[in-house]
Write a protein of this length. Structure first.
Length: 367
């Protein structure tokens, strides 16, 4: 009798376990197919784990912000090792990247509106002038920086970097420690915190959108002129833009060696330089090749920009018999580690002849 009771108990236990498994499967199935009545046979709802994998942003209300902290001093150390090569020691950046700091005052911190955005006296809009929320700054740095190794920073390192940037802008003191517990207080000091509007459809789907998506059906405009201009101080700052674009697309950039055009280009494209014409008339020789292939964006004759100068490269490889082959391979395939952590992208579009011309010219010091 005891043996029979044991077998029944074992049977009931198995039935109970099977029932739990079936119920769990039903719940999972219900979750994954929820909403299928509205769109039968079309996909399924994302699971919580799938949503979490995509939901990695930090919102202005700081939802999604991980715990952590970092001081201004720690941020300066990280900045100088991972950020300064592109953005400068004090966030002033080099001539390739837009400055991070500058253009804000202590009065801006008090009012929440950047005065230089209105008076147009600042030659460039810096990051601290534009960004209204500290969460945006934190989120971008954490997800996208450094350029050659995005998502490599820890939350603590990101807090430290943001603290350092804000200290340069005099938003926080030099001994400040930024953390998830006091970041909301810092938001109340952001220079452009009141310069952002949320009164549009991007923030509130029930509000009026900031675009009009209606289609034109009668008497429609057949051609819309869209154009832009460069300020005088920047027009020819880096040579002729028309010569620097690659051979893609029907039109080139503006010929910045000439005065601005009097009117926008017409529908047929007059007023714009065509690719075949621009490159047919382009100057020849290694110096012109260096400029046309955008090498000058990262390398200057005698000063370090993003990459080493021509003079530094020439001095480093002087007397090495395999220097030409070594550098030709590096130009073609790219590389990093020789001059720092920022990688040089591959330039596979160059022919072997052009690549050798460039390398020999660089090794000669650009002579």
């Amino acid at each position: 009798m005891l043996f029979r009771s044991f077998k029944l108990d074992k049977l009931f236990a198995r039935l109970g376990l099977l029932t739990l498994v079936a119920l769990s499967a039903h719940v999972v199935y219900a979750q994954s197919t929820q909403g299928s009545a509205k769109f039968p046979g079309v996909g399924r709802n994302a699971t919580p784990a799938e949503v979490a994998a995509w939901d990695i942003d930090v919102r202005p209300d700081f939802k999604g912000l991980p715990k952590g902290s970092g001081s201004v001093d720690q941020g300066q150390t990280i900045w100088e090792s991972k950020c300064a090569s592109c953005h400068g020691i004090f966030g002033e950046s080099n001539e390739i990247f837009t400055p991070i700091t500058g253009g804000t005052t202590k009065d801006d911190v008090k009012t929440g509106r950047v005065a230089s955005l209105a008076d147009m006296k600042q030659p460039q809009r810096t990051t601290l002038m534009k960004v209204p929320t500290v969460s945006t700054l934190w989120d971008y740095i954490y997800r996208a920086m450094p350029w050659n190794a995005p998502r490599s920073l820890t939350p603590d390192e990101t807090y430290a970097l943001v603290a350092f940037i804000l200290s340069i802008g005099e938003v926080v003191p030099d001994d400040f420690v930024l953390s998830n517990t006091n970041i909301a207080q810092v938001q109340a000091k952001m220079p452009n915190r009141n310069g952002m509007t949320r009164k549009h459809g991007f923030w509130n789907v029930k509000d009026k959108p900031d675009v009009n998506g209606s289609s034109c059906m009668n008497n429609c405009v057949t051609f819309v002129q869209i154009g832009s201009t460069l300020p005088d101080f920047a027009r020819d700052a880096h040579g002729n833009i028309a010569d620097q674009n690659r051979l893609y697309g029907p039109y080139r950039g503006a010929d910045t060696t000439k005065p601005p055009i009097a009117k926008l280009p017409g529908a047929s494209g007059e007023g714009l330089a065509h690719a075949k014409d621009t490159h047919a008339n382009a100057a020849k020789g290694p110096a012109a090749l260096f400029k046309n292939e955008n090498c000058s964006a990262c390398h200057a004759p005698n000063a370090k920009l993003v990459g080493p100068s021509i003079a530094d490269i020439s001095a480093k490889y002087q007397g090495q018999s395999d220097a030409v082959d070594k550098l030709m391979n590096k130009v073609k395939n790219g590389g990093s580690g020789v001059w720092g952590s920022i990688p040089m992208p591959p330039q596979a579009q160059l022919s072997d002849e052009d690549r050798k011309t460039l390398v020999v010219w660089v090794l000669s010091g650009g002579k």
